[in-house]
Ligand binder design. Structure first.
Ligand code: TEU
Ligand code: CA
Length: 561
């Protein structure tokens, strides 16, 4: 536990991700806004939230829903004004809630001033903010990398027919050239500007992409489009820590801010560079569960995890991070399917299984991040045509599947599960028209199940998913088990027992978490006599001194002597 001796202000908090566009609309334009977030601060406080991560609200053409920023110093008018934002900071502070913004600095928008100037004068100062190369029709491109959203990552530079620029995401998201110290200075200046305003820190978007293998070169072709996944390049890229340590020294450290990286593709032996005692970030997301079943490129090739795979990913992640640092644990986010629809077999989806999944994740070491709507068990949506999909990633994936020779029906079926729309449907506050999200017409369709699944119905109902989340959170933030749950060790328990996911947290108390990740009842041996049943998702819990019986999808959290 040595590394955690230095206690940080954020260690004992529970964080909550808001996707502002779909959270709460206050001016009837059908789009969630900052005033909506302010309005719901009391709700979040009551839930027990201590940190909010806001997905991007900066000025943006919203080609990738705000992950394409055209002015880092401005709030997009659809979300409100800078005054609204400052009021949000003030109101959050009153409630002891820290605000994080999304830091999107691998790329900006093609409508950002820097890119416009680069197009006007590619040889000039701003040309060096991007990756621009000479190219003539018929020549090979500098490299064959596939953009994350499909197609080549090179496009013609607007206004030129002999120059191209790099974008590893959408073509409206030109990559910023981190090798240029001037660009890096601009970014740090901007980050400090917000931190000086009172921002508590950042969630750092797609950061692993800022270090490219240069000079550009091809990697093995891995799909019918003749291109190569960016992952192939990233696995060879070295030296990102130079940029990230510089960022930390110049921005996070002087502000004692919290930073959580969206970090993929890090070898286990390098984790300490990211979140160790002297790491560049406070924390990084655990994506190990999310990666299950995604070995082959193309989401139409992906498959849902099994209980055993889920357990393995969860435990392996905890074991490799032990003694290194704090993971940020998620069940879902704005890029993922709804966790309950993804990790639980369709036929077993119920309030009981939803609560089990919540308990397993929230009792882990690390910092829990709850994604909006997760606390009421929101589910994936059904889609019957590609035209109903808003997500540019899913649309690109659909095109890619067609190029690979998949039939349109199959392609649709397979991209639907991973479409980012699943997480982006409006929050279901109540059962009125607009689901309490808007009095206008929602920008995106509301999941028709809002009549059954909504906060109003769950709030105060003792056995609801929402009330269960509240209890789990309070265990971490204000109970006698707090110290153990925040700083205690993690030990897998009866790891080999099929459909059982169980682990022990040990600090000043010893807490056993036991979950039956399957529909059939099972019994398990206890590691010692039960002192206290702390919480369960079902009311009847049968134990004697040595054994406990678990009903299908039951989770029991108990103190052991
Ligand atoms: O996502 C980065 C990223 O790697 C995604 O492509 C992710 O792998 C994929 O969405 C999984 O389905 C971040 C943001 O979270 C995402 O919303 C943005 O679109 C992206 O960066 C570009 O900024
Ligand atoms: Ca609005």
């Amino acid at each position: 536990m040595g590394v955690f001796m230095k206690r940080k202000w954020w260690h004992g908090k529970v964080a909550y991700q808001i996707y502002p566009k779909s959270f709460k609309d206050t001016n009837k334009d059908g789009i969630g806004d900052i005033r909506g977030v302010i309005e719901k601060l009391d709700y979040l406080k009551d839930l027990g939230i201590g940190i909010i991560w806001l997905s991007p609200i900066y000025k943006s053409p919203l080609a990738d829903q705000g992950y394409d920023i055209s002015d880092y110093y401005a709030i997009d008018p659809v979300f409100g004004t800078m005054d609204d934002f400052e009021e949000l900071l003030k109101e959050a502070k009153k409630r002891d809630i820290a605000i994080l913004m999304d830091l999107v600095v691998n790329h900006c928008s093609d409508e950002h001033e820097w890119f416009k100037k680069a197009c006007e004068d590619p040889e000039g100062e701003y040309g060096r903010y991007f990756y621009i190369r000479d190219w003539h029709k018929g020549e090979p491109l500098p490299c064959n990398w596939r953009s994350y959203f499909g197609g080549s990552c090179w496009d013609l530079l607007p206004g030129h027919d002999d120059k191209i620029y790099l974008h590893v995401f959408h073509k409206k998201q030109p990559d910023l050239n981190w090798e240029n110290p001037k660009l890096r200075e601009e970014i740090y200046k901007m980050m400090n500007w917000w931190l000086d305003k009172g921002l508590a820190g950042y969630r750092i978007d797609a950061i692993i992409n800022i270090k490219k293998v240069l000079p550009f070169k091809d990697y093995p072709i891995d799909r019918a489009d003749g291109l190569s996944s960016i992952d192939n390049m990233l696995s060879e890229a070295r030296g990102i820590e130079v940029f990230l340590n510089e960022m930390a020294e110049r921005t996070f450290k002087p502000h004692d801010s919290f930073s959580v990286g969206e970090v993929f593709n890090v070898p286990d032996s390098e984790l300490y560079k990211f979140i160790g005692e002297d790491g560049c970030f406070s924390s990084m997301f655990d994506f190990n569960e999310h990666l299950i079943g995604r070995e082959k490129p193309g989401s139409y090739n992906w498959r849902k995890p099994t209980a055993e795979e889920y357990k393995k990913a969860l435990f392996d992640a905890q074991e490799k991070i032990a003694g290194v640092g704090f993971y940020s644990n998620i069940i879902e986010n704005h890029d993922e399917p709804r966790g309950v629809s993804h990790y639980i077999p369709e036929e077993d989806l119920s309030e009981t299984s939803k609560k089990m999944l919540a308990g397993l994740s929230l009792m882990l070491p690390g910092l829990p991040f709850i994604y909006q709507g997760q606390e009421i068990g929101m589910e994936n949506i059904t889609v019957s045509s590609i035209d109903e999909i808003d997500d540019i990633s899913a649309r690109g994936e659909y095109e890619g599947a067609l190029i690979d020779g998949i039939s349109p029906e199959e392609a649709l079926k397979s991209v639907v599960h991973y479409s980012r729309d699943n997480a982006r449907t409006p929050f279901q506050w109540d059962d009125t028209k607009g689901a309490g999200f808007t009095d206008g017409t929602a920008w995106m369709r509301i999941n028709p199940n809002y009549k059954d699944i909504n906060l109003k119905e769950q709030k105060g109902r003792a056995n609801s998913v929402f009330e269960f989340y509240k209890k789990l959170i309070s265990l971490r933030t204000e109970s006698e088990y707090k110290e153990t749950l925040i700083y205690g060790s993690f030990t897998a328990y009866l790891r080999e027992k099929e459909n059982l996911v169980s682990y022990i947290r040990e600090g000043d108390r010893k807490v056993l978490i036991a979950a039956n990740f399957g529909g059939a009842p099972q019994s398990m041996t206890l590691p010692g006599p039960v002192k206290n049943i702390i919480l369960s998702n079902l009311t009847d819990t049968e134990t004697d001194r040595n054994m406990i019986d678990l009903a299908g999808y039951q989770i029991v959290i108990m103190e052991i002597e």
